[in-house]
Design a protein around this ligand. Structure first.
Ligand code: ADP
Ligand code: MG
Length: 222
């Protein structure tokens, strides 16, 4: 967060996005085993390992040459996820972040509304790439409600931290709500009805990433 005179107290800068993604790498490392366990009954038991590999590579790349714009950080991290993660989740998360980063362009500070719109564009790109709609038991079930809650809260006049908390809560609820669903996309869809009763691993990692984003905005990530 930064208090640039022309952009207001709620402006988001490169440091904010770097802190988010560094904290995300730590949380993913901590939660990797759980993500892989969720990917066992309805996948191939690699989601935690995929995410860990991708986020460690991303953190290393950002530390080596820290981009000085929010968009630059997002594009770099997205590129790392695409190039280092073999599973479906790499290109999907990579596309989300790259698209969001490109939407922000080379602005040094962006408003919460611009950030929300960029995340929305990223989630739209994920849905287009993966062909998944809400209800298909994928990461979109956490991401779509999160960006909706974020925009809704900002529209109502909430500050960034409050709006991101609402987004994180919506993502968590969306992830939990995947349990009774039949998977229609990704590996889990091969199981048909047998995918019922298991929480989707990608929706779960999405909820983790949104949770860390909310923590970062409250200043207590890490
Ligand atoms: P893989 O399925 O290739 O092993 P991962 O295990 O890393 O890749 O990621 C699996 C997660 O990716 C799923 O739980 C789901 O949330 C997400 N996913 C898979 N396919 C799609 C898709 N077509 N659209 C959106 N999300 C998808
Ligand atoms: Mg997998």
């Amino acid at each position: 967060m930064s208090e640039g005179p022309s952009t207001g107290p709620a402006a988001i800068d490169a440091g904010f996005v770097r802190r988010w993604l560094a904290a995300a790498a730590s949380v993913i490392e901590r939660e990797a085993d759980r993500l892989t366990e969720l990917d066992s009954p309805i996948g191939d038991a690699d989601h935690g390992a995929n995410m860990r590999r991708g986020f460690i590579a991303a953190r290393t790349a950002v530390e080596k040459e820290p981009p000085d714009t929010p968009g630059g950080v997002l594009v770099l991290v997205g590129r790392q996820l695409i190039s280092t993660v073999g599973g479906a989740s790499g290109p999907l998360y990579g596309t989300l972040l790259r698209k969001a980063g490109k939407a922000l362009g080379d602005a040094e500070h962006v408003t919460p509304e611009q950030f929300a719109a960029a995340l929305g564009a990223g989630v739209d790109a994920v849905a287009t790439l993966g062909g998944a709609a809400p209800g298909d038991k994928t990461m979109v079930d956490a991401l779509a409600p999160a960006v909706e809650a974020l925009s809704f809260a900002l529209d109502k006049g909430a500050g960034l931290a409050e709006a991101l908390s609402a987004a994180a809560m919506a993502a968590e609820e969306g992830a939990i709500a995947t349990t009774p669903l039949v998977a229609h996309k990704g590996r889990a869809s091969y199981l048909g009805e047998r995918s019922v009763g298991h929480q989707d691993p990608g929706a779960t990692s999405s909820a983790l990433l949104l949770g860390v984003l909310a923590m970062t905005s409250r200043g207590d990530a890490g």
